[in-house]
Design a protein around this ligand. Structure first.
Ligand SMILES: Nc1ncnc2c1ncn2[C@@H]1O[C@H](COP(=O)(O)OP(=O)(O)OP(=O)(O)O)[C@@H](O)[C@H]1O
Ligand SMILES: [Mg+2]
Length: 233
C-alpha cells in the first residue's frame, strides 16, 4: 500500500479533453463464460463504433494476460487483482475520453462490483454486459480447445467446469449469443450507448489528416562534427 502520496492535479480537465475529442469515456464491461462470445462481440462493437468515428479500445483478457497481467494466475485472489488492474486501466483510458470495452470472464459478482465502484468513484459510466450463453453451447464452440482440456483435468480452476460463474444479478444489458447474432449483440450495446447519450447520435466531423512531420535539415556545423565521431564497432 502506497503512503504519503498526494494527487497532482493537471490543468486540462476531462471535460476539456472530451471537447477536444468530441467524445466521452465509458466502460462497457463484458462478462460471461469462456466461449460465450465476449471477445467476438467486443471486436464487432469496436468496428461498429469506429464506423461512427468513435474511438474505442478493447481490453481483452487473453491479451492483457500476456503483458500487464502476465504474473497472475486464475486463483480467486489473482482473478480479483486481474479485475482491479483492468478497472484502473479502463478508468484511465476513460479519463482520456476513450470508450473502453473489456472482455474478461470476471466470474465473481464481488469483483465486478469492485470494477463498478472504481468507475463510480471517478464518475465514469460503467455498463455491465452479461454475455449469456448456455454452458453446453459455449462448450460445443470451444474456440480455444480449453473446455476439452478442463474436462480432461489438464486445466484446473476453469470457469463453468471446476470454478464457479456467478451470473450478474442486475446488468445494464443481457445478451444471449446462442440466439442473437454477433452483429445484433454489438448493435444492442451501440444502441444503449446512443440512447444514454454516452456516444453522439450525430455523425462526427471528418478528422483532418495530420500534417507530415517536417524534419529540419541538420546544420552544416553539426554535420561536420558528426563526421569526426568514430563509427561504433
Ligand atoms: N452470436 C454470437 N456472439 C458471439 N460469438 C459467437 C456467436 N455465435 C457464434 N459465436 C462464436 O463463439 C465463439 C466465441 O468465442 P470468444 O473467443 O469470443 O469467447 P470469449 O467469451 O471471449 O471466451 P474467453 O473467455 O475464453 O476469451 C467464437 O468462435 C464465435 O465465432
Ligand atoms: Mg475472449
Amino acid at each position: 500500500m502506497s503512503t504519503n502520496v498526494v494527487w497532482h492535479e493537471g490543468l486540462i480537465t476531462r471535460e476539456a479533453r472530451a471537447k477536444l475529442l468530441g467524445q466521452k469515456g465509458a466502460t462497457v464491461w463484458l462478462s460471461g463464460l469462456s466461449g460465450s462470445g465476449k471477445s467476438t462481440v467486443s471486436v464487432e462493437l469496436e468496428q461498429q463504433l469506429f464506423a461512427k468515428k468513435v474511438l474505442s479500445y478493447r481490453l481483452d483478457g487473453d491479451n492483457i494476460r500476456q503483458g500487464l497481467n502476465k504474473n497472475l494466475s486464475f486463483s480467486p485472489a489473482d482473478r480479483k487483482e486481474n479485475i482491479r488492474r483492468i478497472s484502473e486501466v479502463a478508468k484511465l483510458m476513460c479519463d482520456i475520453g476513450v470508450v473502453v470495452t473489456t472482455a474478461f470472464i470476471s466470474p465473481y459478482t464481488e469483483d465486478r462490483d469492485m470494477a463498478r465502484e472504481i468507475h463510480k468513484a471517478a464518475s465514469i459510466p460503467f455498463i455491465e454486459v452479461f454475455v449469456d450463453c448456455p454452458l453446453e453451447v459455449a462448450e460445443s464452440r470451444d474456440p480455444k480447445g480449453l473446455y476439452k482440456k478442463a474436462r480432461s483435468g489438464e486445466i484446473k480452476n476453469f470457469t463453468g467446469i471446476d470454478a464457479p460463474y456467478e451470473k450478474p444479478p442486475s446488468p445494464e444489458i443481457t445478451l444471449d449469443t446462442s440466439k442473437q447474432t454477433i452483429a445484433e449483440c454489438a448493435a444492442v450495446i451501440l444502441t444503449y450507448l446512443t440512447e444514454k447519450g454516452l456516444i453522439s447520435s450525430e455523425p462526427k466531423e471528418e478528422a483532418k489528416p495530420a500534417k507530415e512531420l517536417e524534419v529540419a535539415p541538420a546544420a552544416p556545423a553539426a554535420e561536420a562534427e558528426a563526421e569526426k565521431v568514430p563509427a561504433a564497432v
